[in-house]
Write a protein that binds this ligand. Sequence first.
Ligand code: CTP
Length: 221
Amino acid sequence: PTDLVGVHVTVSAGPTVEDLDPVRFLSNRSTGTMGFELARALAERGAEVTLITGPVHLNTPPGVRRMDVRSADDMACAMAQTWTTTDAVIMSAAVADYRPAVLANTKLKKSPGEMTLNLERTEDILATLGGRQDRDGKLLVGFAAETEQVVERAQDKLLRKGLDWIIANDVSGAQIGFGAGDNAGILIGRAGEMIRLERMAKAEFADTLIDHLSAALRGSP
Ligand code: CTP
């Protein structure tokens, strides 16, 4: 189908990398696969797609505009740049919640005994977008990786961040989500919709998700 012609969707993908010194960083195991598959699925249906990605080893899907970033801060800046022209944002990136409070410009040297690393909060990109005055009906979709009380916590996140939809993943097993080939979850809508998505390969998961979100995406400004 070419049902998404004329709709601009911004997708985020991958991990963010928070530098500690010139050779060390904090990051996570996200591979970017879910976000890249979503970008592919959207572009195949005719959407104009901007893909903002942290460092990953994946090829850009055909027809997708890619912006490479490193840190949560970089991702927030790139998101702010595409905001005015985008109709919808799907945040599948595993954005770091904390970064080192001090970025050393020379390599940190070891010393005897323990070391304490001070961390500070990064910006919650989705929450910032959800609270923007100029949101104008733009559709916001997030992911919630949880290991317990999956639905309740995802619903809480949806409300707290002002989202329209959230995909709740149970990541307590190693078979789905982070770094795995498959995904499974529950798509939860602001109006109380609950759509169970059984375990499937991430490419198929992306296509199924866009099937369910297609009407909402077409209705975004
Ligand atoms: N997210 C974001 N900016 C951040 C952190 C997360 O936009 N600094 C987005 C993610 O891309 C994802 C959703 O928010 O769509 C996940 O929410 P979050 O509260 O970060 O989930 P957890 O990391 O699981 O958080 P918590 O520790 O609160 O459970």
